[in-house]
Design a protein around this ligand. Structure first.
Ligand SMILES: NC(=O)c1ccc[n+]([C@@H]2O[C@H](COP(=O)([O-])OP(=O)(O)OC[C@H]3O[C@@H](n4cnc5c(N)ncnc54)[C@H](OP(=O)(O)O)[C@@H]3O)[C@@H](O)[C@H]2O)c1
Length: 358
């Protein structure tokens, strides 16, 4: 089977680079175009990621494929999406608002940006959690007159939360959720990201707009598809989002009031058995959720790369009855730039190809 031709827009940024790190040997997708802002248009990719000091700004542990290093970066605003079968976008929301509808007129777009997340005709995919929300894309195409579509992945802090809440919701019901995040520096991106001197030896107790995103997105992702619209989950989600001195991997403490009683053993079993209908896809990890029994895990440095950065790692499962009659609390680690961005978007694309939507 010939591979689908894909473009990565925002290829020079942190999330964009992770697409390049993940795709060199992908059996279904082949990168044929890279684009970024007009500042880098016309440069080779290698020159585009070189800092003014001369240092190469390649952030991934995987090596940069020499084929990509030599490609010419295109101006995202002028990129012709009809030249590819699929577009991955990894640009800030303002740029995405302008660019994504241009591409979607002709071509499917899987996005890491927030620009489209809150439209009623747009799903926010967490692969394995809400696969059936893909139905909404038909409405988006019909109402907007597009041949393609825009389908965003969630904010990287929402991903691990929604993934771990899904088996709890399905087995025990949920009445309310309180979450505190300790988010990695890479989550803030390269342009205008967190200054090293601000976060070194420090914790920043506020990330603008993040808490509202996590709350709204979690309810939409765990909501029910009724015909051609989603009824958001009715339980409340309250989040406190902080930035910590960790390079990659978001840590979250989660308190869940459940409808039915649940023991830590029952929740661990439900999480371990959660497969999400993703078996057989190239980027599906062996476990979507791994549950540690060791109370000193998960830790971002030791656990973020489990399953190639695609496994949400849980530990410290304990009963929690302060919020209601029944409940559970735990700690999770989720890789923000892998499952939470590029590789998560690639898994969404694999799912949509399997289901005949791309
Ligand atoms: N970092 C994460 O963990 C993470 C996780 C999930 C989702 N996301 C989302 O992914 C997106 C990218 O985030 P990031 O962290 O990768 O940011 P980043 O490192 O700052 O990279 C931004 C990218 O967007 C490009 N860009 C900026 N303005 C543009 C414009 N007007 N037209 C075209 N391209 C433009 C930049 O190109 P130049 O190099 O030419 O400026 C660069 O390639 C954001 O929407 C973010 O919310 C990020």
């Amino acid at each position: 089977m010939s591979k689908k031709k894909v473009a990565v827009i925002g290829a020079t940024g942190i999330a964009g680079q992770h697409f390049l790190a993940a795709l060199p040997n992908h059996p279904q997708f082949e990168i044929v175009a890279l684009a970024a802002s007009s500042r880098n248009a016309g440069k080779t990719y290698l020159d585009a990621i070189r800092n003014p000091s001369g240092m190469l700004g390649w952030w991934c542990e995987e090596p940069l494929d020499p084929r990509y290093a030599a490609m010419t970066v295109q101006n995202a605003a002028e990129f012709d999406a009809t030249t590819v079968d699929l577009v991955f976008t990894a640009v800030e929301s303002d740029a995405a608002k302008e660019l994504e509808p241009l591409y979607a007129k002709t071509t499917p777009v899987v996005s890491t940006a927030s620009a489209y997340r809150y439209f009623d005709d747009t799903p926010i995919f967490v692969p394995g959690v809400n696969n059936n929300h893909a139905e909404l894309l038909k409405r988006q195409q019909a109402e907007r007159g597009w041949k393609g579509f825009v389908t965003p992945v969630p904010n990287c802090t929402t991903t691990g939360l929604a993934m771990t809440l899904k088996p709890i919701l399905d087995n025990f019901g949920i009445q309310g959720v309180i979450m505190t995040s300790m988010q990695a520096m890479s989550g803030a991106g390269r342009n205008g990201g967190v200054l090293g001197l601000d976060v070194l030896d420090n914790v920043i107790p506020y990330i603008s707009g993040e808490e509202e995103k996590v709350q709204k997105e979690t309810q939409k992702i765990l909501g029910v598809l009724n015909g051609d619209s989603i009824t958001p989950a009715s339980f409340g989600v309250s989040a406190t989002c902080t930035r910590v001195n960790v390079a990659d991997g978001h840590t979250e403490t989660v308190f869940v009031a459940t409808e039915k009683p649940c023991s830590p053993e029952e929740v661990a079993k439900a999480m371990r058995e959660f497969r999400g209908g993703l078996d057989g896809l190239y980027s599906t990890p062996d476990a979507l959720i791994h549950v540690h029994d060791d109370p000193f895990r998960p830790q971002p440095r030791r656990d973020r790369d489990m399953g190639g950065g695609m496994t949400t790692v849980v530990g410290r499962l304990r009963e929690e009855k302060v919020l209601g009659q029944n409940g559970i609390k735990y700690v999770l680690v989720s890789h923000n730039t892998k499952m939470g961005a590029a590789k998560g978007a690639i898994l969404v694309a694999e799912l949509l190809v399997r289901d005949g939507i791309i």
